[in-house]
Design a protein around this ligand. Structure first.
Ligand code: SF4
Length: 359
């Protein structure tokens, strides 16, 4: 299939890796921001084929991994209300909160449904008019349009028993925060192609220029990733501070205007709490005043409280690339994909989960 087969061609990928091994001799730290890139790198063994001077760091782009513990606790509090049906994407159900997880609560009888789209929640709300249906709206710019669309449909259909507990995050300012963090050493970014398909290249390009850090927008096949690493190393070596779009088959310079319009109509920029990274200015989306009756935090008067986290879990350092999972004393001992302690072990995209499976 055109645009897929050439990026899955093992011989082409091997040749690109050979060029990297011959050409790139200086130490280079590359952060792949997106969890899907992390998964592809480890699944395809790309990390093992690169020279040791190229250090791949997995960034905070797995939506489940960066969902704040307070958010999970709020969802758990809501699901204890017999009048509430919680709807969520599948990965969220196993994420540990401070004392429990949605999975534990489901086993104990909470009404929790896994959905594939927030739009499914409107059907559930229409069929359960005696209940309140709450969707757990997490993710990045990628999931924001369909969540926004669901809110618009609910508004236009005057559905009153539906709301969303939002924790949607935005990526460019989070990357800026990492660049400015003195503990973090990154020479270049592999940018999240899914986010790029919505917001385009421009924001990343401005960031690259302003903070003097080269970037490439990459697809997710092994050929995409090998090509992105080679190209990014070349940009780093010649100090070319821009975001090069290597995922043109999906990512347009201006992004997806329809999706961007929905985001702009329904959400405004807000600060956001990132698991392991804390509060980061202007990295979240909150529901605008016009649609606030669909904001579960307002509807159920939920207040975030400070919670104690398991200090042995080093997800925060892993999400910044300061440490790797093997530095965690719980890794493979107390923390496994079957019994995750921290969020990085929960999702297939999480760094700890990928180290567990493929390293
Ligand atoms: Fe946290 Fe588990 Fe990863 Fe350790 S192995 S950092 S406990 S998720």
């Amino acid at each position: 299939m055109k645009y897929i087969d050439e990026f899955r061609n093992v011989n082409i990928t091997k040749k690109i890796i050979e060029i990297i091994n011959k050409e790139i001799k200086t130490p280079i730290n590359i952060m792949e921001v997106c969890g899907t890139h992390t998964m592809s790198i480890y699944k395809n063994g790309i990390d093992k084929l690169l020279p040791s001077n190229i250090n791949l760091i997995s960034g905070p782009g797995c939506p489940v991994c960066v969902t704040d513990i307070n958010y999970i606790d709020s969802a758990i509090k809501l699901c204890k209300n017999k009048n509430v049906i919680i709807c969520t994407f599948g990965d969220m159900i196993r994420v540990p909160g401070s004392k429990s997880s949605l999975n534990n609560e489901k086993v104990n009888g909470a009404n929790i449904k896994v959905v594939y789209s927030p739009l499914d929640c409107l059907d559930i709300a229409n069929k359960n008019t005696d209940k309140e249906v709450v969707f757990l709206g997490i993710g990045f710019e990628t999931t924001a349009p369909v969540i926004g669309l669901t809110i618009k449909y609910a508004y236009e259909s005057n559905i009153s028993n539906f709301s969303i507990l939002t924790s949607i995050k935005t990526m460019p300012n989070a990357m800026k925060n990492l660049v400015l963090d003195e503990e973090v050493f990154i020479d270049g970014f592999i940018c999240p192609g899914h986010v790029g398909s919505i917001i385009g290249i421009n924001e990343f390009d401005k960031l690259a220029f302003k903070y003097k850090i080269p970037m490439v927008m990459s697809g997710f096949e092994h050929g995409d990733i090998a090509c992105s690493i080679l190209h990014l190393c070349r940009l780093i070596q010649v100090k070319d501070y821009r975001c090069e779009n290597l995922y043109k088959r999906i990512v347009k310079k201006e992004g997806n205007k329809i999706a961007k319009n929905i985001i702009e109509e329904v959400f405004s920029i807000d600060d956001s709490y990132w698991r392991g990274l804390g509060k980061i200015t202007d990295t979240g989306l909150k529901i605008k005043e016009k649609y606030k009756k669909f904001d579960a935090q307002i509807k159920f008067n939920l207040h975030l409280s400070k919670v104690e986290i398991d200090r042995s879990c080093i997800c925060s350092e892993i999400l910044k690339g300061i440490k790797n999972p093997e530095d965690c004393k719980l890794f493979k001992v107390k923390c496994t994909p079957q019994n995750p302690v921290g969020a990085c072990m929960v999702s297939r995209e999480g760094t700890c989960s990928n180290f567990y499976k493929y390293k």
